[in-house]
Design a protein around this ligand. Structure first.
Ligand SMILES: Cc1cc2nc3c(=O)[nH]c(=O)nc-3n(C[C@H](O)[C@H](O)[C@H](O)COP(=O)(O)OP(=O)(O)OC[C@H]3O[C@@H](n4cnc5c(N)ncnc54)[C@H](O)[C@@H]3O)c2cc1C
Length: 543
């Protein structure tokens, strides 16, 4: 049971076959009645914030829909002409990694242009509106948004450098549903230990303390170096990196979790504002078809429209490693690099369920995060075994119409793409599979929301599949990211064998997740400017 915290961070990391989380058998309660009653969830403290209502956003989920009233969208990107088709640095993709990279480059006075396939920025972290419900498409568990102190976070440091901030609500817990029962898991140095003792036993507490004794000194070393100060880093032991980072944040006194009051899209809005404020540009509907290589160096890109955009200093790809490889002319890439990318194991994809429903349709003490584990024997990366649920409208402002909630449930990187490969999205077979494979999420939602919940009474019901995920996020096989095993291989980092070509995002930095991709973007930006420019920025930001 000491694993519940690691389970929560499951949303942030790829599945690993060796990542076996089991409750200590001897002490585990065996029936749900043996478990302590859940406490009221999510001690909420609104840290700061505006009460601005739902931002007006166009509907972005065509094709996600389980409801035939939502139109399907053509798969192809909508390429448009880019004004002034040149820049010092071109960034391909506007995921959080690409936006952090571009933001810092703009802050360094570089002429930077972000080219994004889609009609909205954010990649896995974009948000979308349906019928007045403002949904997150991906991340909702962010730890803290402070740029310094025990919870110093790379994304917050980039936002600081851009003079931007994201108003957040803070909270301290999430609900855990395991075969033995359910409990509210609280972060911090004491409450979690009490929960652990009550739910599992003294042995589990000792086990947890031994784990923390090993991890905390490593985290002290990791946190001693502000992420914004890094220029280039070799990394391995991905799971260890994740644990060192998360555990340092979550089990120290005074640590809190935070969620943006206006939803995760507010993070993207803040990054885009920061880029533009410093003269950077973002071109949406600008799908890059090829990276141009001349004399062995990356010198620009060719868009799907045929337009050529030149880069004087560098091209940075925020696409996954597999998608970046597809953008390169085959003869420009060393064989060893191709082989390494192709041999890198991938996490599986996602099933998504987005719901909009009446507040009355759920239990009164509803918290933001819920983790459901169906069977310990299957492991947390088992097929249809773990469902993560977030209900950000319990904390956020104006994310749903008055008296309504939004909910996003998903199977975290465990849905096999092979089950869906080649299916026609308009076929009966696809619809049937969608129904079958979404059932586990519906059941988890029913467990988390309690007996008042009714599927029939939802205002919005959207089911997304790995095909949806692949299409909307432009990710090879809809993957969550590389499944690089600690100790066996390393993340490739940001440099590539092609001069002037760099990569950022979740294929490059251990941990996947928002902090990792923000750090990866910052590292590329820092690497592209002189040491003196880099240290001037650190001085200016006060890091
Ligand atoms: C469902 C889900 C839940 C998650 N939950 C959490 C969480 O709670 N906490 C957390 O920290 N992390 C979470 N994550 C992980 C986190 O969201 C991702 O690791 C992170 O957002 C990935 O960012 P990225 O910069 O690597 O790029 P992506 O978000 O993958 O963005 C890449 C962008 O590049 C664009 N692109 C690709 N190819 C091209 C091209 N050829 N031309 C132009 N544009 C292109 C894509 O359209 C996309 O916008 C979650 C992820 C998912 C999917």
């Amino acid at each position: 049971m000491a694993a519940s915290a690691a389970l929560a961070s499951r949303a942030l990391q790829p599945p690993r076959r060796h990542f076996a989380l089991r409750p200590p058998r001897s002490r585990a309660a065996t029936t749900s009645t043996a478990a302590p009653r859940p406490r009221r969830q999510g001690a909420l403290a609104v840290a700061a914030g505006s009460t601005r209502c739902c931002r007006a956003r166009a509907v972005a989920t065509e094709g996600l829909s389980a409801d035939p009233s939502f139109p399907e969208r053509d798969d192809r990107a909508l390429s448009g002409p880019v004004e002034r088709p040149e820049a010092d640095v071109i960034v391909i993709g506007s995921g959080i990694g690409g936006l952090c990279c571009a933001g810092l480059l703009a802050r360094y006075n570089q002429d930077v242009l972000v080219l994004e396939s889609h009609d909205r920025p954010g990649g896995a972290a974009h948000s979308f509106d349906i019928k007045g419900f403002n949904f997150d498409s991906g991340p909702s568990l962010f730890s803290g948004f402070q740029s310094r102190g025990p919870q110093a976070n790379p994304l917050a440091q980039v936002l600081d450098a851009l003079g931007e901030s994201v108003p957040c609500a803070s909270y301290d817990s999430w609900m855990v549903y395991v075969p033995e029962g359910q409990f509210l898991s609280r972060i911090g140095p004491t409450d979690f230990l009490k929960d652990l003792e009550a739910f599992v036993g003294v042995d589990a507490v000792q086990e947890w303390k031994r784990l923390l004794d090993a991890v905390i000194p490593m985290s002290a070393v990791a946190m001693a170096l502000p992420p914004l100060s890094i220029r280039g880093v070799k990394s391995d032991g991905a799971l260890s990196a994740e644990m060192v980072y998360m555990f340092a944040e979550w089990y120290k006194p005074g640590c809190m979790l935070e969620y943006p009051l206006e939803g995760s899209g507010a993070i993207i809005d803040a990054l885009v504002r920061g880029i533009k404020k410093f003269g950077g540009r973002l071109a949406l509907r600008s799908h890059v078809e090829k990276i141009l290589i001349e004399n062995g160096r990356a010198v620009g890109v060719k868009l799907q429209s045929g337009q050529i955009v030149r880069a004087k200093k560098a091209v940075v790809s925020n696409a996954s490693m597999w998608d970046t490889l597809d953008l390169l002319p085959s003869d420009a890439v060393p064989r060893s690099y191709k082989d390494k990318v192709k041999a890198t194991p991938q996490c599986e994809s996602f099933m998504h369920l987005h719901l909009g429903f009446d507040v009355e349709n759920a239990r009164e003490d509803l918290g933001i995060h819920h983790i459901v584990v169906n069977d310990w024997n299957k492991g947390v990366d088992g097929d249809q075994n773990v469902v993560l649920i977030s209900v950000p409208s319990v904390l956020g402002n104006g994310l749903a119409p008055p008296g309504k909630h939004i909910l996003h449930a998903y199977t975290p990187g465990t849905e096999p793409f092979s089950l869906w490969e080649g299916l026609d999205r308009k076929s009966a077979e696809y619809r049937k599979l969608k129904e079958e494979r979404s059932e586990v999420m519906w059941k988890a939602v029913e467990l988390a929301l309690g007996p008042r919940f009714s599927r029939e009474k939802c205002d919005v019901k959207l089911v997304g599949t790995p095909l949806t995920h692949k299409r909307f996020l432009r990710r090879n096989r809809g993957t969550y990211g590389p499944a690089i095993k600690a100790g066996e291989a390393t993340f490739p980092g940001q440099a590539t064998p092609i001069p002037q070509l760099f990569c950022c995002g979740d294929s490059t930095f251990p941990g996947i997740g928002v902090p990792a991709v923000a750090a990866s973007g910052a590292i590329v930006a820092n690497t592209l400017v002189s040491v003196s420019q880099h240290s001037e920025l650190l001085d200016a930001v006060g890091i």
